[in-house]
Design a binder for this molecule. Sequence first.
Ligand code: NAD
Ligand code: SER
Length: 330
Amino acid sequence: MKKEIRRIMVTGALGQIGTELTVALRNRYGAENVVATDCRPLPSETLRDSGPFQTADVTDADALDQVIRKYGIDTVFHLAAILSAVGEQKPQLCWRINMEGTLNILELGVRHEMARVIIPSSIAVWGKGAPLENTPQESVLKPATMYGVTKVCGELLADYYVRRFGLDARGLRYPGLISFETPPGGGTTDYAVAIFYAAVTEGKFTCFVREDTVLPMMYMPDAIRGTIELAEADFARLRHHADFNLAAMSFSAGELAACIRKHVPAFEVTYEPDYHQAIADSWPRSIDDSAARDEWGWKPDWDLESMTRDMLDHLRARLANKGASAARPS
Ligand code: NAD
Ligand code: SER
């Protein structure tokens, strides 16, 4: 069943993951073979000069079809989505973009006999009834958010396309992702990124979840490597397809603040939980990723200590080069 990955389209390429995944894919497959797309018209500085960019809304199947034909696309990394916090503010929009976008990509994958379609899922698939600690691969999926509902549906839909149409669709349940290149786009785990920016700029931070809130997290270099490793894994070894649990580390907001304080001793954090808290409380504290380890050899490289050091080093370097405003998330 496995076909070669040659010409790639990334949707949502201007987002937190897309900006870094696009660059990693261009380094691996050749810049001209990786087409970045997003509904926003202007490519970021990083992407502008490094390869092709097209504006395309994932709810517009014809626009996607045109890009696929123009560039002879055989693989899609489908990252365009509305995340959990924005999704709770705008649930109908979240359903429309996440579900219409995913269905369009799967349909186009079949129509163009694609080699691979990669569609990320999330820890947001879980909710009531799932164990909060070491949450197993196979567990009750009853999300409390519209975002989670779309992620469960997306997984089921992608698995259906594997069985029904023989499409090679794959996906992983990312934990909260922490990175310095592009700010996150409206998720519940965004506090775990914003806290680093605050540490190097303001020296103080107000956190929108409680100090004892524990969530699974991952540093972006692990997420990028894991995504590409899953895309390139031998199909014959995969028993799962669109729903791989993926883990690296788990920590509370207070533990993260304490780790940052080792490098920024005067850093002050206060906790003012808001509507994000209920979303965070509905998600697991840690997850069991043994299926990903067994089926395609997943293993994370980064832990809380090494990630914290690296995040602070990068943000401080950026601050020194460009001034404080450039280090803050926009
Ligand atoms: P993001 O919000 O940073 O980026 C999403 C991008 O999609 C944005 O650039 C946005 O402009 C674009 N977009 C939105 N609507 C669009 C549309 N209609 N057409 C085309 N583009 C559109 O998101 P991200 O963090 O990069 O997430 C990418 C994927 O990974 C999503 O499926 C998300 O659910 C999943 N994920 C992310 C995290 C995380 O912590 N970042 C965790 C779990 C899962
Ligand atoms: N980081 C994402 C969010 O908080 C999880 O999918 O929405």
